[in-house]
Design a protein around this ligand. Structure first.
Ligand SMILES: [Zn+2]
Length: 327
């Protein structure tokens, strides 16, 4: 394991639940999950069919696994568990995507969910020193009305750990403009949106021009358009790159096809993320290791990736200075 301090800028809280935690919470909340959901300590969802079938299989497993989350204690435990594991791998900062919609599915109001996540974070921080912030995120395929609701909740219940508004979910649903009101009403100064993963350059342009984001979830498919690459470099755009996720979901067929190295060498401000780590059998430590072993990144280059992430983290300048010193 590289001793470089790691930063995870792209990770969905529900996507960090481990198979062991699913078993524990299923027992605690008396929920039955399908027998074949897990195998040999991993989530067992990978289909051998087409990419679309693969994505559906992943989403089905995701829904089954997260269906065990039913109360505030579950959110606290999952947050603590993820941050503790990450800190043990040398992660000093994580920016966690949280979803009021998923909280509601677990029966929690947004402020209750926030308090539970904050409790898990405080415990992990006291034990390990890891820092974290939260990105309140709407789910694109739940539609503009749902997104607006999340934007309003975010505005109505400000929390010191929630420093940004984001958008996840199916990039091909609706148009970016449909979600501008949600971003605007959230009242938060920072924004990120998934773009350039399931859809191509047009999706990145829309997120940039309409939603005014400069930091993008994934953005890897910018590499399909040289003009766009130039434009993104000119505005110092920040891709949150999640290699294992991209390969598991067949955005790229293998490491050789993945644009991580090319994007970095081109001069984009590359950062790394674990996305839904336990579903892709990965972690932020493993993502740094893959960058080193599969893409030839030196420790110095990995440190540059961590520095990029801290420079673009959604934190105040005092926290940024503290994190930069740690990198
Ligand atoms: Zn994501």
């Amino acid at each position: 394991m590289s001793r470089v301090s790691k930063v995870d800028l792209h990770v969905h809280l529900e996507g960090t639940i481990t198979p062991a935690m699913v078993v524990r919470l299923a027992a605690r909340n008396k929920i039955v999950v399908p027998d074949d959901l897990m195998k040999d300590g991993h989530f067992n969802w990978r289909a051998d069919g087409a990419a679309a079938g693969n994505l559906m299989a992943f989403l089905r497993a995701y829904d089954h696994a997260t269906s065990v989350m039913k109360c505030a204690a579950d959110y606290t435990d999952i947050t603590y568990d993820y941050l503790k594991r990450s800190a043990d791998e040398g992660c000093i900062y994580a920016e966690i995507t949280i979803s009021a919609d998923h909280g509601a599915m677990a029966g929690l109001a947004y402020p209750e969910m926030l308090a539970a996540i904050a409790a898990g974070y405080e415990k992990a921080r006291e034990e390990t020193g890891i820092e974290a912030r939260l990105i309140s995120t709407c789910v694109r395929h739940f539609g503009p009305e749902g997104a607006l609701k999340v934007g309003k909740l975010t505005r109505d219940h400000p929390h010191p750990l929630v420093t940004a508004f984001g958008m996840a979910g199916d990039e091909n649903a609706y148009t970016a403009a449909d979600f501008k009101p949600a971003f605007d009403i959230s009242g938060l100064p920072h924004r990120t949106a998934h773009a350039g993963e399931a859809a191509g350059p047009a999706s990145i342009r829309a997120a940039r021009d309409v939603l005014k984001v400069r930091r993008f979830g994934h953005m890897v498919r910018a590499s399909e358009d040289t003009t766009l690459m130039e434009e993104l470099k000119a505005i110092n755009a920040v891709p949150e790159v999640c290699v294992s996720s991209n390969i598991a979901l067949r955005v790229y067929k293998d490491y050789a096809a993945h644009p991580l190295r090319r994007s970095f060498d081109y001069g984009l401000k590359v950062t790394l993320g674990s996305d839904d780590p336990t579903f892709f059998s990965t972690s932020i430590g493993r993502e740094y290791r893959i960058a080193q072993e599969q893409f030839g990144f030196s420790d110095k280059e990995l440190r540059q990736i961590s520095r990029n992430a801290v420079e673009e983290a959604f934190v105040d300048e005092k926290a940024r200075a503290r994190l930069l010193a740690a990198v």
